[in-house]
Write a protein that binds this ligand. Structure first.
Ligand SMILES: [Zn+2]
Length: 291
């Protein structure tokens, strides 16, 4: 019997989330055992997620979720709101974790990131945040951002960028420091259509991640920017525990809510939902080399 399109198995990857904070916000103990219970509440279409570890402590501890599970990959770096915590020690730790992965692959004669202990697939999130939350001097944020651009380039890993209320300075750093071919995920894109257009024109490997914000009534500008992002450069993410999509606004967000974001993305791009799932799924796998 031929499979009906509606029966086709949809799969998705949450390309950016924070497992530790999500468990904590749900008042659940932050452990691998609890995560394994928690993700079983997600829809069957959930395949895996990229857990972004953005402080020195999380970089050391957040990788517990990648051990012995099949559905977590790691981003490691320093968030602009924590830019004062960047140090040579942090860099050394990241290099060590990546080396553990590389050595494991070499010893097993494998190129499958699933076989590695830490599953480091990206550097970040890093960037600039000039919103009212920020207490860190702009000069420090810029320097720490540039350091992590260099690190991603050196390690041949995609760069995960967080930029908020800082488009002009982000662009200036792009022009001076971002290698043209570097693979980049601009996460939780809430920027302008003009900025997106500028980036798309110059950088062939930059992807735009959209969160629950695109489902908000107030997210009109974001949906307008999304309209110009080609389908092969678009990603879906939750940034959980933050930014739960409609109809969960005000609740703690988790990777199980992705279908609600994909629904709005499909509508915005005027394509069937299944196609939106497919594009985001394939783009995430291609960018982060997830098998
Ligand atoms: Zn994040």
């Amino acid at each position: 019997m031929t499979e009906q399109p509606s029966e086709k198995k949809l799969k998705y990857i949450d390309s950016h989330c924070h497992i530790n904070s999500t468990l904590r916000e749900n008042k659940i103990e932050t452990s691998l055992e609890e995560w394994e219970k928690f993700y079983k509440t997600f829809p069957d279409s959930f395949e895996c997620c990229i857990n972004v570890n953005f402080t020195p402590e999380l970089i050391e501890n957040g990788i517990i979720y990648t051990k012995n599970t099949n559905n977590v990959y790691s981003g490691v770096g320093i968030h602009p709101l924590n830019a004062d915590l960047w140090s040579e020690d942090v860099k050394t730790t990241i290099l060590r974790l990546k080396k553990e992965d590389d050595d494991t692959l070499k010893n097993n004669n494998s190129n499958n990131i699933k076989d590695t202990p830490n599953r480091i697939v990206g550097i970040g999130e890093c960037g600039l945040d000039y919103s009212h939350w920020s207490k860190i001097e702009k000069s420090i944020q810029k320097q720490v951002f540039i350091e992590q651009i260099k690190l991603a380039h050196e390690l041949h890993l995609p760069l995960i960028i967080h930029t908020r209320d800082a488009e002009d300075d982000t662009w200036e750093i792009f022009e001076k420091h971002l290698p043209l071919d570097l693979e980049v995920h601009i996460h939780c894109f809430t920027g302008t259509k003009d900025f997106a257009a500028k980036v798309l024109e110059k950088y062939p490997n930059v992807y735009f991640g959209f969160t629950g914000v695109c489902t908000f009534k107030s997210g009109k500008n974001i949906r307008e920017a999304m309209e110009i992002v080609p389908l092969n450069r678009i990603l879906v993410e939750t940034d959980s525990p933050f930014l739960a999509p409609v109809p969960f606004r005000g609740k703690v967000c988790n990777s199980g809510m992705i279908p609600h974001i994909l629904k709005v993305m499909a509508k915005t791009k005027n394509i069937p939902e299944e196609e939106m799932y497919q594009h985001c799924y394939e783009n995430t796998k291609r960018l982060y080399k997830i098998p």
